[in-house]
Design a protein around this ligand. Structure first.
Ligand code: FE2
Length: 237
């Protein structure tokens, strides 16, 4: 496993060089994404392809099942890498899940604001929290700087449509309605937006929206995949 410097000049991203540094780092001064760039050893494609035959949608993979797979030495090294990340996170009281993803449910009738994971959004929590993620194989999620997006509920046209759906005034009740349906967590990229892929193998820790957060939440989305695309291996915590 080698460290290398991840090419980004985005002032909202801080590069770290170890798991420990990532755990200890704080979201401050506008930084809402921490990245530990890594080139992981092992054949992740072999693992994903082996599993891709069995799963559909989002399938959580458990440690024993991964260890029981019959794989080449390179496939086994990939499994070891993923298990190591899971272990490190568990040791720090996280509850990571390793998922095999062949597709996500789509918002079939999105109305004025689509609220599925393909739409740029912020994760949210009632108390201090963060999201950890690493894509080991397949298309990777992407983030976009906060200055390059607009909350969908702040677009006058969208807001008017939502207000119609709500059937009332633009008051506290409406704000609650937006929050209850997660409409207020979704963002539209501006014309000059330059989303950045999280990339393969890199571990990310991103800020979520919570009441006393001192930084804006990291805006991100799942990649748009089509049937037949390689399955994804994604750690999320
Ligand atoms: Fe998310």
């Amino acid at each position: 496993m080698n460290d290398f410097s991840f090419p980004t000049d985005d002032p909202q991203v801080r590069i770290v060089h170890s798991f420990q540094e990532m755990i200890e780092a704080r979201f401050e001064n506008g930084i809402n994404a921490l990245c530990w760039p890594r080139m992981l050893d092992g054949n992740f494609a072999e693992v994903a392809n082996r599993l891709g035959e069995t799963g559909e949608g989002v399938t959580p993979l458990d440690d024993d099942f991964l260890e029981s797979l019959s794989l080449t030495a390179a496939g086994k090294r990939a499994v070891e890498m993923m298990l190591l990340d899971l272990r490190l996170l568990r040791e720090h009281d996280r509850e990571p899940v390793l998922n095999l993803i062949t597709g996500y449910p789509r918002d079939e009738e999105p109305g004025p604001v689509s609220t599925d994971v393909f739409s740029f959004h912020a994760d949210s929590a009632p108390v201090e929290a963060d999201t950890w993620l690493c894509t080991y194989h397949g298309a990777t999620s992407e983030r976009v700087p906060n200055s390059q997006v607009q909350r969908r509920v702040d677009s006058p046209q969208t807001r008017a449509e939502l207000l119609k759906l709500y059937g009332g005034e633009d008051d506290e009740g409406f704000t609650e309605f937006l929050s209850d349906h997660c409409y207020d967590l979704h963002y539209a990229p501006l014309a000059d937006a330059r989303p950045q892929a999280f990339g393969l193998g890199h571990l990310w820790r991103i800020a979520v929206a919570w009441p006393e957060s001192s930084v804006p939440p990291c805006i991100h989305r799942a990649p748009d995949t089509a049937p037949g695309d390689p399955p994804r291996l994604l750690l999320i915590s």
